[in-house]
Design a protein around this ligand. Structure first.
Ligand code: FNR
Length: 385
């Protein structure tokens, strides 16, 4: 299978599976416990149907929208994801450049393998930095100050990772940061020489946003779960979120809100947006899908705060359904990560071009010429009818 054989996001997944050693693939593809929530995140979009209008004159359409004060060419955000250099040697550079080329917002993780400064120098496109609140308050402050100096457009505080979800595929495969060969996985690395040589011969694996403050000892290979469970601050609460917003002083996003009550609190602390998210099913298995929670959150805070529906998006029509339900935009991680793993920047660009095409085609077939025409009248719930 080659890149030109990829015609949808699931095709990139197949190519990524063939190209990556299994511990790395399972880190991207896997989720918590029985992975029910991960599956439901995508299935939830099938519970509603689009109702198209015809003969609407759709020769010229405009897929753009404004997200957090900046224009986006599509109602789609590339969510922050950790350790991208483990997936492809180009890592975050590939994603940042592809996002800029397609005029999209993207996120950089606290656990990125490119620094805040490197990313800022690389692109003028809209970008958000994702913050994990560490016990080491100096580290949190240091990351915030670096983002301020680098003029990031937004800070996204992830609030669903107080402790790590139980990611059983990672427990079985022994995935660590940085990746390490183990007796159980060595064969898989050996039979994927392209990934393995790129990993061994290209530049060193780093987590540069943490480096200056993380002690030498914790730079050993550790599992992500171990990292979260030892380094992150379990005492984080609404006062912490409010004080981080204040310290940052710029556009502020809460990532991982799932309930209408928490959406209301996000408004109260002055957040500019929430990402309704269960971390792609990687944290609380059994949690509801973001798309299923969207109606009650829209009815609580719609119009007061931007609402981003994060997770499960694999098709352009998923984004259209989220907009019809009242979201400002949809977002996702795996929708570009499989493609990054499959073919670096070329892969991400091909995935984005497919999603762009699906959004444009979907809008034309629905008889809408701009995203503000995507309203609830164009959607029917199967459950209600
Ligand atoms: C993530 N996600 C994530 N979120 C975050 O706030 N900080 C992070 O470092 C990461 N890292 C990460 C790694 C990988 C491999 C995945 C798949 C996801 C969650 C991410 O931002 C987003 O919420 C989910 O990816 C959404 O689900 P989908 O789109 O992957 O189904």
């Amino acid at each position: 299978m080659r890149l030109t054989d990829c015609h949808n996001i699931d095709d990139f997944r197949k190519l990524a599976r063939a190209r990556l050693p299994f511990p790395v693939f399972d880190y991207i593809d896997g989720a918590a416990d029985d992975e029910l929530t991960k599956a439901r995140n995508t299935q939830s979009f099938d519970a509603v149907d689009l109702v198209p209008d015809v003969l609407a004159g759709v020769e010229t359409i405009d897929t753009s929208c404004t997200i957090l004060g900046r224009k986006s060419a599509l109602p789609l955000i590339l969510s922050p994801t950790a350790v991208q250099r483990a997936f492809h040697w180009q890592g975050e550079t590939a994603v940042a450049k592809a996002a800029e080329k397609f005029g999209l917002w993207f996120g950089i993780s606290s656990l990125a393998t490119r620094s805040i400064e490197e990313i800022a120098a690389l692109t003028n496109g809209p970008k958000m930095f994702q913050l994990y609140v560490h016990k080491d308050k100096g580290l949190n402050t240091h990351m915030i100050e670096r983002c301020q100096a680098a003029k990031f457009d937004a800070l996204a505080l992830t609030v669903d990772t107080i402790v790590s979800g139980k990611r059983e595929r990672c427990l079985r495969s022994g995935f660590t940061t940085p990746p390490r060969f183990t007796p159980a996985s060595i064969w898989s690395y050996a039979t994927r020489p392209r990934w393995t040589l790129d990993y061994l011969l290209r530049e060193e694996f780093r987590l540069p946003n943490l480096d200056t403050h993380v002690s030498e000892g914790s730079r050993e290979a550790v599992s992500i779960a171990e990292y979260f469970n030892t380094m992150l601050d379990t005492s984080m609460d609404w006062r912490t979120a409010a004080s981080i917003r204040e310290q940052w002083g710029g556009t502020f996003v809460l990532k991982g809100v799932m309930s209408a009550g928490d959406a209301r609190r996000a408004v109260e602390i002055g957040a500019d947006a929430i990402m309704i998210s269960n971390h792609g099913g990687r944290q609380l298995d059994g949690s509801r899908a973001p798309f299923d929670q969207l109606p009650e959150i829209v009815s609580e805070v719609g119009g007061e705060i931007e609402i981003i529906c994060d997770g499960g998006v694999r098709r352009g029509t998923h984004a259209l359904k989220a907009l019809c339900t009242g979201a400002t935009a949809a977002s996702g991680g795996r929708l570009y990560l499989y493609a990054l793993a499959a073919a670096g920047q070329d892969g991400v660009e091909r995935a984005l071009s497919i999603l762009k095409d699906e959004i444009e085609r979907g809008m034309r077939l629905m008889g809408v010429t701009s995203v503000d025409q995507l309203t609830s009248e164009r959607l029917r719930s199967r459950r209600m009818s």
